[in-house]
Ligand binder design. Structure first.
Ligand code: MN
Length: 236
């Protein structure tokens, strides 16, 4: 893989568009060449939820298959809460609103849109992505074949003892990006430093931007990667 086909990975934007754009700039994102993977949770909690949707919706038109938007638990809560065929929709709506879904509803309404009109777009988000080197999923894996995990593991799981083929995750915020080897050993990852991709274990990229910490992204170039971080401007 040459630098002509870099893969960038970001996660847990939760409506933080300003930090997202700064991060993509720091990673020297080139939408004409790079592949961009978002590990889910674009909606809820943050200041610019509709704007994040608008940005990725337009970017998808330009990037096609090189933009991969993975589904997080927040997208799933929204889908369950707005699914007219779902008999438990009332309870699912309560769960979503308890997790800040109302903020998403109002962010869309403030722009004269209803998020349920874009259900198909969110519904098209896959639960995982994999290539020869690594797997991407919102929260966690137990089995290294993503299809053999239940959906709750993929979008809600917080286990860090996975030791299979390398997986990149978000969902659980840490103050710094982390590498979990799967045997109990873990390490902080530094920004700006080049690392070789490990074969196994889990890289956790959510550094709690919407909670006021930072937004971290990863750039993979062949078998090497590096991280960049942008300080959060969200006030809590
Ligand atoms: Mn999540």
């Amino acid at each position: 893989m040459s630098a002509d086909n870099r893969i960038l990975i970001i996660t847990d934007l939760h409506g933080c568009l300003d930090e997202c754009l700064k991060l993509l700039e720091a990673l020297r994102f080139d939408e004409k060449k790079d592949t961009l993977i978002n590990l889910g949770d674009t909606i809820d909690r943050g200041p610019q939820i509709y704007e994040v949707f608008e940005y990725f919706h337009a970017l998808k038109e330009r990037m096609g298959d090189r933009l991969i938007l993975i589904r997080g638990n927040h997208e799933q809560m929204m889908l369950d809460a707005t699914d007219k065929k779902n008999p438990d929709r009332g309870e699912d709506k309560q769960l979503w609103y308890m997790n800040s879904g109302d903020k998403t509803v109002y962010s869309f309404l403030n722009h004269k849109h209803r998020i349920q009109d874009f259900r198909d777009w969110y519904e098209s988000m896959p639960f995982y992505y994999m290539n020869e080197r690594f797997i991407c999923v919102h929260a966690s894996l137990k089995n290294e074949d993503p299809r053999l995990n239940d959906i709750n593991t993929l979008i809600w799981g917080r286990d860090t003892d996975y030791g299979g083929k390398l997986v990149l995750t978000g969902h659980t915020p840490y103050k710094l990006p982390m590498y979990f080897r799967g045997n109990g050993a873990h390490a902080f990852l530094e920004t700006g430093k080049r690392y070789y991709l490990e074969k196994n274990g889990m890289i956790a990229l959510d550094t709690g931007c919407v909670f006021g910490y930072s937004l971290t992204g990863m750039a993979v170039e062949g078998d090497v990667f590096y991280l960049e971080s942008i300080k959060s401007g969200v006030k809590n």
